[in-house]
Design a protein around this ligand. Structure first.
Ligand code: GLN
Length: 488
């Protein structure tokens, strides 16, 4: 790589490199894995402990590298990857940012972790998140909030806020997140990095502590599109341990990078018009794409549907945390029933309790038909809207989020306002289709710093390759990833 020598002597600077830049250095013999880990640790210590207190990691004092002996030619050999706290790593405390899981040590690796280790990656650090991935700001974690490295007064987005923040802050090379209604893409947008929510079934969910099992997907958060494609290739694919993982061949996503987008058809769900979107349309047209308006009549109901379906599934998934088998238990309770009550009462935070109550309500007899069943019917209509749209276009373009990163505390008092920050990301989860957020520009409207804003490409099921093709063409034409300092 052209610029690589300028980083060698500056402590913490190797952490500024991308996966593909590091792979080049390993190939040249210019780098050792221990050297890189040492440098990354220095970067984490200096950034997490300084007065800005980004706190992307929940275990920054005690990160220990986990790796396997594999051939040096393996795809992610020597690449450190940070892992969201809802993914099981054997022998590590896995808490989902919740007090109720304090002390729970994973007995096994999630399949994505297995795949990363087999590809030579080094599991390096656990990242902060909203409790059980309930949230859009990373403020509901029992460890306290993570801050946005672009402006520490602001949230990094959520729920994978720690994963997006450490990648943007160069305290990680890349990170794993999970996305149920936007939790990879919205923080990627707020922090100015690249985040992919793959097709439902593309990546095994085995070892992901479930939030809403029909919506959850694991995906990569990276500094640029090339890294994202490399990373997804390693974690994608069928897994017999997850009955919802799909047995569909995984193409080489890197093959899609650099292909022309001449003649590709891109749909915009009018009436959304933002300067970022207008600019993106201009860029994509200049590269030969055809952009047309299309209608997705039922996505107006997506947030309402999501806040019935997701809490319903969450209330069922969280029933297993009762103080008996996992993590925290109130040992002073005088009876079994009181032990359940006290453990759950003390162990779950306010947002988790809200979701459990909402979900239990909409699943209870008498309300099931009115709420849950109704929501599932509308969900099918949303899926049908996407199926019809993809008969006409290759991908759909939208903003990732309705605003840039907001201030810490700004939406904490209003769950509804918080929920609305996922208005553009939720439809892809309900329909099960892939969606990718890339830096789309910056916003000055808040009067302060230039804040990044993401652009979202939504694709046909299992067509992540087309999203990488479009996003790479856009990235190369605009260079926002370089202007944001993601790639040097
Ligand atoms: N912000 C959404 C929620 O709170 C989505 C979270 C997620 O994708 N995990 O449910």
């Amino acid at each position: 790589m052209k610029h690589q020598n300028s980083f060698v002597h500056d402590t913490g600077s190797l952490s500024k490199l991308t996966i593909h830049q590091l792979a080049d250095r390993y190939a040249n013999g210019a780098l050792t894995c221990d050297g890189l880990l040492h440098d990354l640790s220095a970067a984490i210590r200096s950034r997490d402990r300084d007065q800005r207190q980004i706190r992307a990691y929940i275990n920054f004092d005690s990160i220990r590298p986990i790796r396997r002996e594999v051939p040096k030619a393996s795809k992610l050999w020597g690449i450190p990857i940070a892992v969201k706290d809802n993914l099981c790593v054997a022998g590590e405390e896995t808490t989902c940012g919740s007090k109720i899981l304090k002390g729970f040590i994973s007995p096994y690796h999630a399949t994505v972790v297995e795949k990363l280790l087999n590809a030579g990656a080094v599991i390096f650090g656990r990242t902060n998140q909203d409790e059980f991935a309930f949230g859009s700001s990373c403020e509901t974690s029992c460890y306290g909030p993570t801050r946005n490295p672009r402006d520490p007064e602001r949230v990094p987005g959520g729920s994978s806020g720690g994963s997006a923040a450490c990648v943007a802050d160069h305290t990680a090379i890349a990170a794993l997140g999970s996305d149920t209604g936007g939790s990879i893409r919205q923080p990627a947008s707020f922090c100015g990095v690249v985040g992919m929510k793959p097709t439902y079934g593309r990546v095994s969910r085995y070892g992901l502590i479930a939030f809403a099992s029909s919506l959850d997907q694991i995906g990569p958060i990276t500094k640029d599109v090339r890294d994202n494609a490399l990373f997804l290739n390693v974690i994608a694919g069928h897994d017999p341990k997850d009955s919802t993982s799909a047995d569909v061949p995984v193409p080489d996503y890197s093959d899609f990078l650099g292909r022309s987008i001449q003649g590709m058809r891109i749909g915009i769900a009018a009436p959304v018009q933002t300067p970022i979107l207008e600019n993106a349309v201009k860029v994509l047209k200049s590269l030969g794409a055809k952009v047309e308006a299309l209608s997705l009549p039922h996505i107006a109901y997506a947030v309402s549907v999501y806040y019935i379906v997701a809490p319903a599934e969450a209330s069922s998934n969280l029933a297993r945390f009762d103080g008996v088998r996992f993590g925290f238990r109130d040992k002073s309770a005088p009876s079994l029933l009181e032990m359940y009550e006290h453990t759950r009462g003390q162990g779950f935070g306010a947002e988790a309790k809200r979701r459990i109550i909402l979900g239990t309500y909409s699943l209870s007899s008498g309300y099931y038909d009115a709420y849950y069943l109704h929501a599932m019917k509308v969900r099918t209509k949303i899926k049908n809207d996407f199926d019809a749209a993809f008969k006409k276009v290759d991908a759909i373009l939208s903003p990732t989020a309705p605003s840039p990163a907001f201030k810490l505390g700004e939406k904490a008092a209003s769950p509804l306002e918080m929920y609305l920050s996922d208005i553009y990301t939720i439809p892809a989860n309900l329909a099960g289709v892939p969606a990718l957020s890339v830096p789309g520009g910056t916003d000055h409207s808040t009067g302060g710093k230039d804040l990044p804003l993401g652009l979202q490409f939504i694709g046909k099921p299992f067509d992540e390759g087309t999203l990488y093709q479009l996003a790479y063409a856009f990235e190369q034409a605009t260079d926002y990833h370089k202007r944001l300092g993601n790639v040097c």
